[in-house]
Ligand binder design. Sequence first.
Ligand SMILES: [Zn+2]
Length: 210
Amino acid sequence: MSHTTELLLEAFLSTTSNDIIPLTAKGVASGCKVFGAAILRKSDLSLVIAATNDETTSPLLHGEINCIQQFWALPSDKRPPPKDCVFFATHEPCSLCLSGITWSGFDNHYYLFTYEDTRDAFAIPHDIRILEEVYKVPAKGESAEDFASRPLYNKSNAFWTARSVEELVGQLPEDKRDAMRGRVTQIKKQYAGLSETYQASKGDKGIPMA
Ligand SMILES: [Zn+2]
């Protein structure tokens, strides 16, 4: 990809504000979680499709999975090959979505909020819990400390490379970082509002992992 880090960040933040958040605001109002995703063309970073969580339809319709489903539903002349696309998730993809991204053939993904943000700022601990409970097997003779500090998944692997928005901001020239962090903070404030709405209304929707 030949885009500068700055252009990539611009595309992620404007797509989040203009395309993902309006969908997510509607989803949250109907009891769905705050997670969204978008697929962009590598060539010019134009939007192919954006989507949000639709868990009241099915607990598997996470923002990323819903985005992938809608991407494959596009007519083939409107759907670039996954290898020619950038995958963006508002929140670090869970184990289901990591697999969905892999099975769909994307060679990258980027995310705004980390698992720790999702657990601590959004009160949704399932990403980390599922990876720890289902996938993380203690190695023979491994100390509790080594087990705890071992990464939950491989961010650079044979299928894809995953990067956070914070990592990208850190790669910007120093004089551009503060302005970009300011924009990220503005978007994060909008998510704090969406999260409050979700937490206040999630109780009675019958979502297994609310
Ligand atoms: Zn997911």
